[in-house]
Design a binder for this molecule. Sequence first.
Ligand SMILES: [Zn+2]
Length: 291
Amino acid sequence: MIRGDSRALLFALGILLVIGGGAGYGAYTLGTRLGETRSELASTTAAKTSVATELARTRADNEQLSAQLAEQVQKNLTLGTQVDQIASTVTTLTKLSQTDKELLQKYSRVYFLNENYIPSSLSEIDPLYQLDPSRHLQIHSKVKPFLENMLTDASDAGVPIVALSGYRSFAEQKTLKSSYTVTYGSGSNRFSADQGYSEHQLGTAVDLTTKSIAGTSLAFATSPAGIWLDANAYKYGFILSYPKGNTYYQYEPWHWRFIGVALATKLHDTAQHFYDLPQRDMDTYLVSIFD
Ligand SMILES: [Zn+2]
């Protein structure tokens, strides 16, 4: 009985050992697997961190590249603008170098036009607009279209205007001057009169009248033609050099000088006289005088 019991006990012990061993082995295997999984997880996390770091670095690189690209694009734009500006400056300078600086010069008792001065090009005023076509009056070739447009429009407005005098050479003026000296005498008046002569030698000044007045007369100012001219001449680039009440020369409602549409319009809009404006302000309009 004891023997039998011992056997049974041994058997049970054996079973327990097997179970225990199995369980131990199972626990061991599970532990190993868990360890492996943990390690895998750790390496996956490490890999993830590494990918994230790489991604962040790539993003930073991209941002830097984008910034560099934007900077380069901006540089190119700036360069393009600078090239445009330089081209525009060169065009302006070329135009300016080809424009006669005397055209907007104020003449005074201290500043005269050189006696050898001749305009770059002269053309005859359309005989239709000359008081006496046999005189073949001339004007600066580039002023001619402005003058003739103005006189055509005056005619269309029912107030025909004709030219009495245009370009005068120094020699022609000398003859006139001596006759004027007799009229005005010597001294300041004689000096002042030289201003008007200079403008005629320039080729951009004309004396205007009507066929009925037919001369340089104050009556022109109050005639319908004179009134029309006073209101519209600036649109064609002409101004009255010696307006009523000016302090530099006698009033000459017949003497009109071409100074360009932009400057004439500015003077008209601000109610200023040509001779009142500083020379440096005038010079800024030189480049666009024939526009
Ligand atoms: Zn004149």
